[in-house]
Write a protein that binds this ligand. Structure first.
Ligand code: GUN
Ligand code: FE
Length: 454
């Protein structure tokens, strides 16, 4: 019989399709030494009892207690790691002013490695404690301190995809926080890619370099072209912001005479492993271009409520077949929790569908067919994120990695309102999605290794 590194015995939830949850009662999740789920065994399967007898009582076997459930680890498709230092603050002005007044000054401080280390250690710990097992990070323009973030992810056991931010346009960036010139920006990015690839050789869960132009407004055409070439040369992930706000969307149209999506495509930045944040003002044609190139959207619903001047048509984009996942956008979004963001994704979609101006007649107030369900929001936070990144993560299924969170609905002093044995599993799932806080997340696992316990 195959020897598994771990066997987890309990009830789990995982996304089957964007709209449907698979509920898996009392399964055995058999995980290999490589951290991959080798088998999922159901109570009716022939060797279920034999496996339980073989593993029960040993140190490789983990039986969940009553009230505990397994969810896939969350995939955060958009986090600005340095902005953790201002999370929950500075939300009072529009995007352009926010960048120049608060964010660029803050990010410029990350030239200091000891400050960077303090903030990044704390953020990675906070994300893991919130169930986020994979994160796609913007660091800052500083190569060394961006590498430090990748090293911290590596050591803490989180799957980190990290970008050294590029912003070189003197017309749109301050002298104190800007790449020196096009050549330096590209050389630093190339060196960063090579350093992270070297680091990755020793990291079980993987770390990945990401080509990261901040957004078109902060970058020259020359640097954008060079970054597209680097992404192709090294076949890396790519991330940026796309059509986020009225100002950002309008700026690109004015400068380049086309929408963000077409412009990014022209620079070679829309690729199968590209993830573009926000995308609120995408046209249907832009979205079709995303679907064609395999580019994904990082939907950042909390941040959008502050900076996007709009609610993204997420149901419409899902129906168009665009890959979509969820992003916290710390600190445009104040919360490091994808639970919070999944909740906001549902709430915002409902407000878009119904509309918000009570002075209008109901029939004129909203955009029909805009709502998404909490099941769909869960899909975005898990399998959708995994598909966006092209990695075998975000599902509890054979061949996927064991990235998981063990949620305890019966924490003393913080029990979820689940009463009686008659509660349907889907109801429990919904209560978890709406009511879980970090105190309920007992354990977090990445690639078969435990990375957080409480
Ligand atoms: N656009 C360019 N930079 C940023 C950023 O840091 N946050 C958000 N939300 N939008 C941006
Ligand atoms: Fe952002």
């Amino acid at each position: 019989m195959t020897a598994y590194a771990r066997v987890f015995h309990g009830t789990a939830f995982t996304s089957r399709t964007p709209a449907e949850i698979d509920m898996l009662p009392d399964r055995l999740f058999c995980v290999g030494e490589d951290g991959v789920i080798a088998r999922i065994v159901a109570p009716e399967d022939a060797d279920y009892e034999r496996l339980v007898r073989t593993y029960a009582g040993g140190d490789r076997y983990r039986r969940l207690a009553p009230g505990q459930y397994i969810l896939p680890g969350f995939v955060d498709l958009h986090v600005h790691a340095p902005q953790w230092a201002q999370a929950g603050t500075a939300l009072d002005v529009p995007l352009y002013d926010w960048l120049n007044t608060y964010t660029f000054p803050l990010e410029s401080r990350f030239a200091d490695l000891s400050y960077a280390s303090e903030v990044y250690e704390d953020l990675v710990g906070a994300l893991l404690a919130n169930g986020t097992t994979t994160a796609l990070y913007f660091a800052t323009i500083h190569r060394e301190s961006s590498l430090l973030l990748a090293e911290i992810c590596a050591r803490r056991g989180q799957r980190g995809l990290v970008g050294k931010v590029v912003m070189d346009d003197p017309g749109q960036t301050p002298a104190y926080y800007r790449d020196a010139d096009v050549q330096t920006a590209l050389a630093d990015t190339e060196q960063f890619i090579l350093s992270v690839r070297e680091l990755a050789k020793t990291v079980k869960q993987g770390v990945y370099p990401v080509v990261t132009p901040r957004f078109i407004p902060s970058c020259t055409d020359e640097v954008l072209t060079g970054l597209g070439e680097l992404a192709a040369k090294y076949d890396t992930h790519v991330q940026s912001h796309c059509s986020e706000s009225d100002w950002a969307h309008g700026y690109v149209k004015e400068r380049l005479g086309q929408n963000d999506a077409c412009a990014l495509h022209g620079f070679g930045l829309l690729r199968d492993k590209s993830v573009m944040a926000h995308c609120n003002f995408l046209s249907d044609e832009d979205a079709a271009l995303f679907a064609r190139t395999g580019t994904a959207i990082a939907h950042c619903p909390i941040s959008n409520a502050y900076f996007a001047n709009s609610v993204i048509a997420v149901a419409r984009r899902m129906a168009q077949g665009v890959d979509i996942g969820l992003g916290s956008d710390v600190s445009g979004g104040y919360s490091p929790s994808l639970y919070d963001n999944a909740r906001q994704a549902v709430i915002s979609s409902r407000m878009l569908e119904d509309g918000v101006n009570p002075a209008l007649p109901a029939a004129d107030r909203g955009v029909p067919a805009s709502r998404i369900t909490i099941d769909e929001a869960f899909h975005l936070a898990t399998a959708g994120g995994g598909e966006a990144l092209g990695l075998p993560i975000g599902r509890l299924a054979e061949g996927y990695v064991w990235d998981a969170q063990i949620v305890d609905t019966a924490v003393p002093g913080a029990r979820l309102p689940i009463f009686g044995a008659e509660e349907h599993l889907h109801g429990i799932f919904e209560k978890i999605m709406y009511l879980v806080r970090p105190e309920h997340i007992r354990e977090v696992w990445v690639q078969g290794e435990r990375v957080h316990t409480r």
